[in-house]
Design a protein around this ligand. Structure first.
Ligand code: SF4
Length: 339
């Protein structure tokens, strides 16, 4: 499995400083991503799920260095990304792309869609003659299900679903290997969401793409993901194959998220677990297990001992003291962050 790895992320951290006073003194840190390790295999889709503010979007952007990570390693095809200089990053950006939740805000309203795609193709020298560039623009619109004459239209002339297709065409225009799909369907009507997900699946099959699919909703990632990682307060709390996670969720947080997913067969649906309390601030993480203030299964030791992300031996990882593989070998001090 290891030699099929496209991306290897180790101990990734992103801390945002909290500054106060006239001298902007750093008085603390928002630990948005706190020691995340993941590997993503060639051609797979890894779903990354959690509530808003859990750090999942920051993970995606740190991998692409749209945000500079505070610490950790990101290896793409064996090459370290975090230390690349500007010219190496420019070359790498062709291989690693992103699709945003709100494509409209990332499209220039004054440039036609065809003009925008042509600009990218020319910038990267992907086609030589003007005729070849225009043919490629039409091909890109075609593969995302838009008519070639739409090349002459401006972003405001499209619906939300069509704009997302344009965002996908833009990502594809540089022929990438890996795409971070950052909540690509969250802003769309439910009826349009499945069309965009089907399109992403078709493109993955046709072009051998690898996805990190970020979403706040477990039902969105179920069908597209080969494996799913669940994040809470900057940490991975569970990771398993999609089938395993949905049939056997282990972490109380995953179980709560799962209980909120609408199911076509209500007999399959677990009783709804309502989590009490707000998500604590990542600037002031709870002691022990960071989930303990909201966990319906919390035990006294959960306040003092920080569980590790343990593997059951079959690839199902969980960070919860209910499972022996998560119990730390030495008890971490209260308030310690993930190791
Ligand atoms: Fe809940 Fe304790 Fe498990 Fe944390 S370690 S998820 S508080 S049972």
């Amino acid at each position: 499995m290891a030699n099929n790895t496209l991306l290897d992320i180790r101990n990734l951290k992103k801390y945002f400083p909290i500054k106060r006073g006239l001298l902007s003194k750093t008085v603390g840190f928002v630990k948005a991503v706190n020691d995340v390790s993941l590997n993503i295999q060639h051609g797979e889709t890894l779903g990354l799920v959690g509530e808003s503010g859990c750090g999942k979007t920051t993970v995606g952007r740190s991998i692409l260095r749209l945000i500079e990570p505070t610490a950790g390693s990101v290896q793409f095809q064996g090459r370290e990304v975090t230390t690349m200089d500007t010219s190496e990053m420019r070359t790498l950006r062709r291989q690693m792309q992103i699709i945003f939740q709100d494509p409209y805000s990332s499209l220039n309203p004054r440039i036609t869609v065809g003009g925008m795609l042509a600009e990218i193709i020319k910038f990267h020298g992907l086609r030589k003659s003007e005729a070849d560039v225009q043919a490629r623009v039409e091909e890109l619109l075609n593969v995302v299900g838009l008519r070639p004459e739409y090349a002459r239209r401006y972003p405001h002339e499209f619906s939300g679903g069509q704009r997302q297709r344009i965002g996908i065409a833009r990502a594809l225009s540089v022929e990438p290997k890996f795409i971070v799909c950052d909540e690509p369907v969250s802003a769309l009507d439910v009826s349009i969401q499945s069309q965009v997900i089907n399109l992403l699946e078709d493109l993955q099959r046709n072009y051998g793409l690898t996805y990190l699919f970020v979403a706040h909703n477990l039902s969105v990632v179920e069908h597209i993901s080969d494996r799913v990682a669940v994040m809470y307060l900057g940490e991975i709390v569970e990771l398993a194959t999609s089938d395993e996670l949905y049939s056997n969720p282990k972490h109380p947080y995953t179980q709560a998220l799962m209980s909120a997913v609408p199911m076509p067969d209500p007999r399959r649906k677990p009783n709804r677990i309502i989590l009490t309390g707000d998500v604590p601030s990542p600037a002031n993480l709870p002691s022990g297990c960071h989930f303990h203030p909201r966990c319906p299964k919390a035990m006294p030791e959960c306040k003092v001992s920080h569980p590790k992300l343990g593997d059951d031996g079959a690839g199902h990882q969980v960070r919860c003291l209910l499972y022996p593989e998560s119990v730390p070998t030495t008890n971490a001090p209260a308030g310690a962050t993930a190791g």
